[in-house]
Unconditional design. Structure first.
Length: 408
C-alpha cells in the first residue's frame, strides 16, 4: 500500500510545481530563470522542484548554482526541493518559462532585437547551461562502474550518416566488421528519412546481426551558416545512435572514414592498461591533393584529434554532442572531447595510426599562400543571431538576466 502524501513545507500561497530532468538543463533552466527574475521575494510564492531521492545531492548543487547566478546578488522568491510523495492539489504545474510568467501574472521584458544583443544573451544562457551540464556530467561519471575489468566488453560504434550509402557500405562498415575485435554493435543512424541508406544497411544487417539501422523521423533544424553547419554535421544522428548504445565502450566513426583492422583492439587495450575513460590516437587524413596528413599527438588539443580516432568508456556514455556548439565556435567532436577532459576523465594517448579519415571542411576552407588552411566564410553577428532564432539554440534566450545585470 502506498503511504499518504505529505504536505509541502511552505507557507506560500502560490505554489508552482516543476518536474525537471536534472541532467538536461533545457528542461528546467528557462522556467527557473523566469521565476527567479519575476516572482516577488516577499514569501507569497514558492517554486517546488521535484526531486527523486537518488537525485537529491545533484539537484541541490544544480539549483544552488543556477539560482545564485540568475539572481545576480538580488533576493529571490522561495525555491523548494521536494523529495518523495507530496500532496500537490494546491500547486500549479509549470513546464516552461511561459507557464511561469502566466502563473505569476507577469510579462517578460521585450526580447533582444539587435543581432549583437541576441547573440550575447544566447551565449550567456549557454554558458550557464553548460556549467550546470558539467556538474551533472561529473556526477554521473562518478557513479560509473569499472568497465576495464571486462576482458572482452561490448563496444558500440555509432555511425551517423546522410546520403552516404556507397562508401558507407563498401568501406566504412567493412572496416569495423572485418576488424580483429569481434564483440561490437554498429549503430548506423541516418540524419532523417534515408530510404537508400536504410535499404543498404538492412541488407548488410541481414548477414551480420551486429549491425542496426536507425534514423531520425525528420531532418533536424541545423544552422544555416556554412561554417556552423559544418561544425554540427551529423550531431543529431550521432546522439540518436548514442541513445541506443549498449556497449561498455564507445568508438565513434564517420560514414566516410575507416578503422584500421586493429583499431578497436588497440584502443581498448590502452584503455584497459591505463584505466582510461578516453583514449585518442593518430589518424591519416586524406587530402584533396598530395599524400595523407598525419593527425594526432599526445596532448588532446583542438585540430589535433580526428573524430574516429577516439574510444571512451561507459562512464561517459551519458554525454551527448552539443548541437549548439557553433555558438562557441567549436566543432561538435572537439567540443565533446574538451568537455570530457574538463570533467576530469582519465585521458590516454596511443601513438599509433588507427583511422583513415576523409578530408574535412573542404566546403568552407581555403588554402593560404604559406600552405596553411583557414576558414573562407566569416560569421557576423547577424548570421549567428539568425541561427539562434531558427535552431534548438533558441531556448537559451529564455535564460533571462536579472534586472541588476541588465542595468549593468
Amino acid at each position: 500500500m502506498l503511504s499518504s502524501a505529505v504536505a509541502i513545507d511552505t507557507a506560500a500561497e502560490l505554489r508552482l510545481w516543476l518536474a525537471p530532468e536534472w541532467a538536461r538543463p533545457e528542461t528546467w533552466l528557462g522556467a527557473l530563470s523566469r521565476y527567479v527574475v519575476h516572482a516577488p521575494a516577499g514569501g507569497s510564492t514558492c517554486l517546488c522542484l521535484e526531486v527523486s531521492a537518488a537525485e537529491r545531492a545533484l539537484a541541490a548543487d544544480l539549483a544552488a548554482v543556477a539560482c545564485e547566478t540568475l539572481a545576480h546578488d538580488r533576493e529571490f522568491a522561495e525555491v523548494l526541493l521536494v523529495v518523495g510523495a507530496v500532496d500537490r492539489r494546491d500547486t500549479v504545474r509549470v513546464d516552461d518559462g511561459t507557464d511561469v510568467l502566466f502563473a505569476l501574472g507577469a510579462q517578460a521584458p521585450p526580447a533582444p532585437a539587435q543581432p549583437e544583443q541576441i547573440v550575447a544573451r544566447a551565449r550567456r544562457g549557454k554558458l550557464l547551461a553548460d556549467e550546470l551540464l558539467a556538474i551533472a556530467d561529473h556526477h554521473l561519471m562518478a557513479l560509473g562502474g569499472d568497465p576495464w575489468l571486462d576482458p572482452e566488453p561490448l563496444v558500440t560504434v555509432p555511425v551517423p550518416t546522410w546520403k552516404g550509402d556507397e562508401r558507407l557500405v563498401q568501406r566504412t562498415l567493412p572496416s569495423i566488421l572485418l576488424g580483429t575485435y569481434r564483440n561490437v554493435e554498429v549503430l548506423v543512424c541516418s540524419d532523417g528519412p534515408d530510404p537508400v541508406a536504410r535499404a543498404a544497411v538492412e541488407t548488410l544487417a541481414a548477414h551480420d546481426p551486429r549491425v542496426r539501422h536507425l534514423e531520425l523521423p525528420a531532418r533536424p533544424h541545423r544552422p544555416s551558416h556554412p561554417r556552423s553547419r559544418w561544425e554540427t554535421t551529423g550531431l543529431h544522428a550521432a546522439n540518436c545512435a548514442l541513445d541506443g548504445a549498449r556497449g561498455r565502450f564507445i568508438a565513434p566513426l564517420g560514414h566516410d572514414d575507416e578503422f584500421t583492422s586493429t583499431h578497436i583492439a588497440d584502443l581498448l587495450a590502452r584503455a584497459q592498461a591505463e584505466r582510461a575513460d578516453l583514449v585518442h590516437a593518430q589518424a591519416l587524413r586524406e587530402q584533396r591533393s598530395g599524400p595523407p596528413q598525419l593527425v594526432g599527438g599526445e596532448r588532446l588539443a583542438r585540430g589535433h584529434v580526428c573524430h574516429g580516432a577516439v574510444l571512451y568508456s561507459d562512464r561517459l556514455a551519458h554525454m551527448r554532442y552539443d548541437t549548439a556548439c557553433w555558438l562557441l565556435e567549436e566543432p561538435g567532436d572537439w567540443n565533446m572531447w574538451r568537455r570530457m577532459q574538463e570533467l576530469g576523465a582519465r585521458v590516454a594517448f596511443l601513438d599509433r595510426v588507427v583511422l583513415l579519415s576523409a578530408p574535412e571542411g573542404t566546403s568552407i576552407e581555403e588554402r593560404a599562400g604559406d600552405g596553411t588552411t583557414r576558414f573562407a566564410v566569416a560569421r557576423t553577428a547577424a548570421d549567428l543571431a539568425s541561427d539562434v532564432l531558427c535552431t534548438d539554440a533558441a531556448w537559451y534566450l529564455d535564460v533571462e538576466p536579472a534586472a541588476a545585470e541588465v542595468r549593468a
